[in-house]
Ligand binder design. Structure first.
Ligand SMILES: Cc1cc2nc3c(=O)[nH]c(=O)nc-3n(C[C@H](O)[C@H](O)[C@H](O)COP(=O)(O)OP(=O)(O)OC[C@H]3O[C@@H](n4cnc5c(N)ncnc54)[C@H](O)[C@@H]3O)c2cc1C
Length: 484
């Protein structure tokens, strides 16, 4: 008799549903248990909704930033700065209805493709049973349905991909109306007139930039010296300068001690005792893994001090037969990484060829305006001696296409090994940097040299010409150094 491996996946976000598709293709009997809907937080409340909102913001900033310079005049208004109001405005209720419609449609598409692949989808909360591993190596997974009934499943391998939820401070609890977390903003019908964003990490910066573009007066409270701590410092500097130039109030080295409703306003008390007020406050101070109450530690799954599941590079946890993927592992909180970890787990569990996760080739992007895209080794890796590399930074100001398009902010940065010239990392700060980073990703992934990157044709005029030019200059510098 042919033995079919039973896989149970807890969590249907990118970590879970991508794994389910792979496992089904490899012939396993697969069940996905999800509490909220397939696609997970990535599709329903986080990644997809925020990027859909930003799509509107992007059009507005792009228009604001260049229409006068490009010679565009509006029939209805005199442009801002010539005695007129801002030429365009947003209907946030309409934007948010579009956001939710797209998110639900994408969740529906994912559910269809997963069920078409033969995967069973159960709506409910999953947790590991208390019985541990049976003699045949299988485990019990308990599924609590919405009505309260509990179903027991047996699994030869379990994948936990349960994601995270927004962190809350005890004195700044979101009320869903004026004090909000990032999942609640899509219920707003009116644009916040004055928005205080607490937290200047990726989520805080993306929302602060987006709402400013939509027309809110934004104050960004950052506990660090600069926005985007942990990201490339030159990129963070460009973004902060752009934010300030567009009128954002960026408050650095300050914590928000509390946020409370006072009538129709929100009062935020800062660590230096000052109180700032706005009509709304968005709290973006990090995320907590969804790992409590799932029977994980009882089953021998090791969690770290932050409650994240400890995994190796093929997504194994410390409990045999239990794998974990995605944000709940804290490895690199991106949808693409979650999906890769989930697929790797299934290749490993089902005995297929498996390439361990390589964090050094991950490309990521911050969807601000300008966007900030990064791949490979970073400036921090070079300065702490983790990687011996030389770097070049080429401002976009000198790029012909950038001049034609009225783009002033941004740069291309490349890191290469000093002897061989192999490209080991890069940063692009530009409109649509998320698309421009791909050529550098290819170089990093395939150990291409700066000569090879410089030698490939780029379109004239194009922003990607700056990537080739940066590689050319590194090549020339490398030659000069080797000849001296
Ligand atoms: C505002 C914001 C914007 C982002 N933008 C991007 C972006 O542009 N690009 C990018 O790559 N990443 C982005 N991310 C990160 C991305 O959303 C996550 O990396 C991704 O969602 C991780 O996928 P996951 O499968 O680990 O978890 P999730 O997508 O969170 O899915 C987990 C699922 O598990 C379910 N679940 C939890 N516990 C249980 C349980 N006990 N039983 C059953 N089901 C359970 C949840 O309901 C959820 O459906 C963003 C994050 C935020 C907060």
């Amino acid at each position: 008799m042919v033995h079919v491996t039973r896989i149970v996946i807890i969590g249907g976000g990118p970590g879970g549903y991508e794994a389910a598709l792979v496992a089904a293709q490899l012939g396993a009997e697969v069940t996905v248990v999800d509490r909220d809907g397939l696609g997970g937080a990535a599709v329903l409340t986080d990644c997809v909704p925020s990027k859909t909102l930003i799509a509107t913001a992007e059009v507005m900033t792009g228009f604001d930033a260049s229409y006068q310079e490009l010679g565009i005049r509006l029939a209805c208004d005199r442009p801002e700065g010539e005695g007129g109001e801002r030429a365009i405005s947003v209907d946030l209720g309409k934007v948010n209805r579009r956001v939710k419609r797209l998110a639900i449609a994408q969740s529906h598409d994912i559910t269809q493709s997963v069920t078409r692949a033969g995967v069973t989808v159960l709506r409910g909360k999953g947790r590991l049973g208390s019985g541990g591993q049976a003699a045949d190596g299988s485990r019990e997974v308990l599924v609590e349905a919405v009505g309260g009934s509990t179903q027991s499943l047996r699994a030869d391998a379990v994948l936990v991909a349960s994601g995270v939820h927004p962190r809350e401070a005890p004195d700044a609890r979101p009320d869903g109306e004026r004090i909000l977390n990032w999942k609640q903003v899509y219920d707003l019908e009116e644009l916040p007139r004055e928005l205080i964003v607490v937290g200047s990490g990726v989520t805080g910066a993306e929302f602060a930039g987006a709402y400013q573009a939509l027309g809110s007066k934004v104050t960004l409270v950052s506990s660090r010296d600069r926005v985007l701590p942990g990201e490339d410092p030159d990129a963070a500097e460009v973004l902060e300068e752009v934010f300030r130039r567009r009128g954002m109030n960026v408050m650095s080295r300050l914590r928000a001690e509390s946020a409370k409703r006072v009538g129709d306003r929100v009062e935020v008390t800062l660590s230096d005792g000052r109180v700032i007020t706005g009509t709304h406050c968005l709290i973006a101070i990090g995320a907590i893994p969804n790992t409590a109450g799932m029977g994980l530690e009882e089953a021998g799954v090791k969690l770290n001090d932050w409650g994240q599941i400890v995994v190796d590079r093929v997504s194994r946890t410390s409990a045999p037969g239990v794998y974990a993927a995605g944000d709940c592992t804290g490895v690199f909180m991106l949808a693409s990484v979650a999906a890769m970890q989930g697929r790797i787990a299934m290749y490993h569990a089902l005995g297929d060829a498996v390439q361990p996760l390589n964090l050094k080739t991950i490309a990521s992007n911050i969807f601000t305006d300008p966007e900030i895209a990064t791949v490979g080794y970073t400036a921090a890796d070079v300065s702490c001696g983790k990687m011996d590399a030389v770097e070049i930074k080429l401002p976009l100001r000198g790029n012909p296409r950038a001049k034609m398009q009225g783009i002033r902010d941004g740069f291309v940065k490349l890191f290469c090994r000093p002897g061989t010239g192999i490209v080991v990392g890069g940063v692009v700060v530009a409109p649509r940097a998320s698309e421009l980073i791909h050529s550098i990703s290819l170089a990093v992934d395939n150990n291409l040299t700066v000569e090879q990157v410089a030698g490939a044709f780029t379109v004239y005029p194009s922003l990607s010409g700056s990537t080739a030019e940066a590689a050319r200059q590194l090549h020339i510098r490398k030659r000069a150094e080797s000849e001296s």
